[in-house]
Design a protein around this ligand. Sequence first.
Ligand code: G3I
Length: 469
Amino acid sequence: MNSSAARDRGSARVRPGRRAALVSTAVGTVAAGMVLALATAASAGTTLATSAAEKGRYFGTAVAANKLSDSTYVGILNREFNMVTPENEMKWDATEPSQGQFNYTNADRIVSHAQANGMRVRGHALAWHLQQPGWAQNLSGSALRSAMVNHVTQVATHYKGKIHSWDVVNEAFADGGNGARRDSNLQRTGNDWIEVAFRTARAADPGAKLCYNDYNTDGQNAKSNAVYAMVSDFKARGVPIDCVGFQSHFNSASPVPGDYQANLQRFANLGLDVQITELDIEGSGTAQANSYATVVKACLAVSRCTGISVWGIRDTDSWRASGTPLLFDGNGNKKAAYTATLDALNGGTTPPTSTPPTTVPPTTTPPTTPPPGAGCTASLSLQTWTGGFVATVRVTAGSSGTNGWAATVTLPSGTAVTNAWNAQGSGTTGTVRFANVAYNGRLTAGQSTEFGFQGAGTPPSGTPSCTAS
Ligand code: G3I
């Protein structure tokens, strides 16, 4: 499929061309022009996390708990990333080594580190045919089904409110040309095992986005078509699924597909988020850098591509270390692939570092009151179930951009907020004010970001109010 054929049409985000149009139509006053020019200049971040956040995305990495004592590793992690995925520590063999006996020690270390450093967590993975403990490998039929349901319930409950997205089911489709389910002990419990896992995860943690995650589904092929059919069916029947993860492990034998963006877009068009979950690209130099840039640009071009995670920090941390597939070399130095990734996140431009545009007289004083269209707006979307809901609030900056924002939601009597993400809520009932957190307060003119909260009771209605600073 031609990748231009399925271009994002529904995006509310401001892409570079749109931003340029905004600038050219808004220079009615020199002062407003200056504010916009400064906002534009400020829009190029200097780390993967800040640059991605300015585009309304996260940038994450797989993390291994036993490397959290490595100061070089942690230094890069804390500087560059705002999402972490435990590489092995949340898998079934790690969290339930004996049936009914749960061990969260290493996974908790990663979650604690993330929380202490303002990062969010992708949970990986609740149900998978690999890395099962021996006792589960030896089960079958209803005993295995019950064990899986209990595992999903226990682990998702333990991490309730702490997980941005869960890989609920991982790698359930076979490679090859027939689009079949992968044969596994889980599959042999019945074809409905995947939807049972999703419904179980939703019941345990209604605030987490629930993803199906797989590899070799990055372009349109028999395997991704089969996943697409399953997700379409889930959406049609109300099986709770919020996102599809595209692992994106690439090398010369399996390069970035030409229809990568189009494939992300067709899944997004089903009405769910797409995420790049385990990105690594074997190679070196310019070729590797270009491939990383292609992946980042594809995600930025799909409005519901909400984030990118690489599968490790330094080449030496990779499961494919000999292929040097990551953004930092073994010494922690930034590679060409890093620069290309950052540049692509920044819209293909290097941040201007000095002189403002010549149209801005250096003596002009900034306006003391916001120009028309300043401030921000907020919109609310809801996912409801009996007795509760998850609310997603989209905050969009006005013509001056924001340094910070707050959205206020009025809850019906008897309704309470139970947890929130990407914003700091004050109060849980009545009129609740949600203020930005450190990584999403600064928005350029027209740029949007999203936060969410979960509530018990009747969902709110109406449009949240928004104030910008
Ligand atoms: O921790 C033990 C260590 O004590 C032991 O001495 C050593 C001997 O083999 O093994 C160590 O465990 C290994 C573990 O990684 C930690 O390094 C396991 O053997 C090894 O199988 C495991 O590999 C992981 C692999 O998943 C397992 O399938 C990789 O780290 C991990 O990067 C990889 O991640 C997967 C995703 O979960 C799903 N998508 C594909 C991706 C890459 O394979």
